[in-house]
Design a protein around this ligand. Structure first.
Ligand code: IMP
Length: 206
């Protein structure tokens, strides 16, 4: 991490995307295309996928980025994201993907959120946020990290068919529709991922 010193900046033309998810790799390449020429992915380089053993979004993003940078000898970028529900002390949080089970059934995961919220002693206004952590690691182990947020509230039943994951139950502040009812461009302008990338570009790429 940075301590009191200036953040390390990305210099070079190749950035490994520490993900085996093709959609994610394409999205990151689009977002950083102005600063980087080549984006080999951990999948293409056949790098091992480390187990996400940390307890925070930043911790897991840093773990994945560092593993890819060390294995490839190149700077590497990883992300970790999820839904944080205030009344559930941050659950599903880093387990957001896992709540959907091996079938990746998000109808099931959203129903689990609804049930747990109904059982909460204090629903805290159904407040929630999406979190996106990004970690940029170098082969010497140095890491720069940022965390982006989209604040809002939960709403049931799920509404909308655009987007993915928990989008149909999340209404971002300033809107009356869910993430899944927004056009992709509208979501990308206000999302936790957009917030995180703006911070990362300002810190390490501009
Ligand atoms: P990751 O790929 O390990 O970071 O897991 C992220 C998980 O968080 C996804 O599987 C979704 O469940 C959830 N998630 C992250 N970002 C979003 C989003 O923009 N909309 C809906 N769900 C999201």
């Amino acid at each position: 991490m940075t301590g009191g010193t200036a953040p390390r900046r990305f210099a070079g033309d190749t950035l490994v995307i520490a993900s085996h998810n093709k959609g994610k790799v394409r999205e990151i390449a689009d977002l950083l295309g102005a600063y980087v020429t080549r984006f080999p992915s951990a999948g293409e380089l056949d790098l091992p996928e480390p187990e996400e053993t940390e307890t925070t979004f930043i911790g897991n993003a840093a773990l994945k980025a560092r593993a890819a940078a060390t294995a490839s000898g190149l700077p590497a970028l990883a992300d970790d994201s999820g839904l944080w529900v205030d009344a559930l002390d941050g659950a599903p949080g880093i387990y957001s993907a896992r709540w959907a089970g091996p079938e990746k059934d998000f109808a099931l995961a959203m129903e689990k959120v609804r049930r747990e919220l109904e059982g909460a002693a204090d629903r805290k206004g159904d407040r929630a946020k999406f979190v996106c952590s990004l970690a940029l690691a170098w082969p010497d182990g140095h890491v720069e990290a940022v965390e982006g947020y989209a604040h809002g509230r939960l709403s049931f039943p799920p509404r909308g068919t655009k987007g993915f994951g928990y989008d149909p139950i999340f209404i971002p502040d300033g809107f009356t529709c869910t993430y899944a009812e927004l056009e992709p461009d509208e979501k990308h302008a206000i999302s936790h991922r957009a917030d995180a990338f703006r911070q990362l570009v300002a810190k390490c790429f501009e």
